[in-house]
Design a protein around this ligand. Structure first.
Ligand code: HEM
Ligand code: HEM
Length: 232
């Protein structure tokens, strides 16, 4: 028999559909995109930028889906206060954490932090790309308003920082080039800050996923692939 979508029924062992394809595909696009962007970092800028765009698109779609998506995808269905999150973590430690069919309250806090950190990472990446190269979606907004003569110009006459006359040799190499002016250095620092914040949060997130899986005797990673979880 087909399981119905009403998972409030006190069914004992049946599986129910919890994560829709937007959530699942979005999640794995983000994971692959973050690592592809991280490892392409300096050396393969084409891959770096497009992996970053894929992450940014997935994050924007996920935020919209959190407002209008399916039941368990909605922020309103799983975001609780910090007290509930702390209570869940305490429960994990004492072995009395309550199982949630959707995201648990601590996972919910982590999800909001991850989405914010990913937005910061991709936003600062695009800003850096605009200032440094005069390219990308923010080029018209950021690089068109130089504070001093050192920033790359957004217009097509200055692709890849061609207007810089200092450090030119270094700048031409794709790898270790200097960024344009103080704004660029500041942005590069901020981009790196968000990158490492994201990676730290992701590490804690995976620890949380493993801890919850063990606590409730279920494989949450498989659920993020199949979309299905135990009903009870
Ligand atoms: C860069 C690394 C990662 C990021 C940024 C990330 C981000 C996220 C986000 C935003 C969600 C919420 C899903 C949603 O409701 O749309 C989530 C959930 C989840 N992630 Fe990740 N994730 C990362 C890596 C991983 C890895 C490596 C695994 C598996 C080992 C994993 C397993 C899961 C699982 C199982 C859930 C659902 C948790 C639950 O059942 O409440 N994630 N992740
Ligand atoms: C999750 C997404 C992203 C991750 C994990 C990431 C990661 C990184 C890393 C590790 C670096 C090298 C920092 C260093 O020099 O040590 C870097 C640099 C950079 N990123 Fe990203 N990035 C992401 C998204 C983006 C996006 C969306 C853009 C632009 C569209 C972008 C543009 C840049 C630029 C222009 C640099 C400087 C390269 C250089 O001057 O050598 N990044 N990023």
């Amino acid at each position: 028999m087909n399981a119905s979508n009403d998972n409030r029924q006190p069914a004992a062992t049946r599986d129910i559909k919890v994560w829709d394809p937007v959530v699942r595909i979005g999640h794995w696009v983000i994971v692959i995109g973050v690592f592809a962007a991280y490892f392409s970092g300096d050396d393969w800028q084409g891959i770096h930028v497009w992996a970053g765009y894929a992450v940014a698109a997935a994050v924007l779609i996920r935020i919209a889906w959190g407002l209008v998506g399916t039941r368990h995808a909605r922020f309103a269905s799983f975001v609780r206060g910090p007290g509930a999150a702390a209570g869940y973590v305490r429960g994990l430690v004492t072995g009395r954490a309550e199982r949630h069919v959707g995201h648990n309250p601590a996972g919910a806090v982590m999800i909001l932090l991850l989405l914010a950190s990913l937005a910061g990472t991709t936003g600062t990446g695009m800003a850096l790309y605009a200032v440094e190269e005069g390219r990308g979606p923010l080029a018209g907004i950021i690089a068109m308003a130089p504070e001093d003569g050192t920033q790359a110009n957004a217009s097509s006459e200055a692709p890849r920082g061609a207007d810089r006359d200092d450090d030119d040799d270094e700048y031409e190499g794709r790898g270790e080039h200097e960024v344009g002016g103080e704004g660029g250095e500041w942005l590069e620092g901020l981009h790196k800050f968000f990158v490492y914040l994201t990676l730290t949060l992701a590490g804690l997130h995976v620890i949380g996923v493993i801890a919850s899986s063990l606590a409730h005797g279920e494989n949450l990673v498989r659920s993020m692939v199949t979309g299905r979880k135990r009903a009870e």
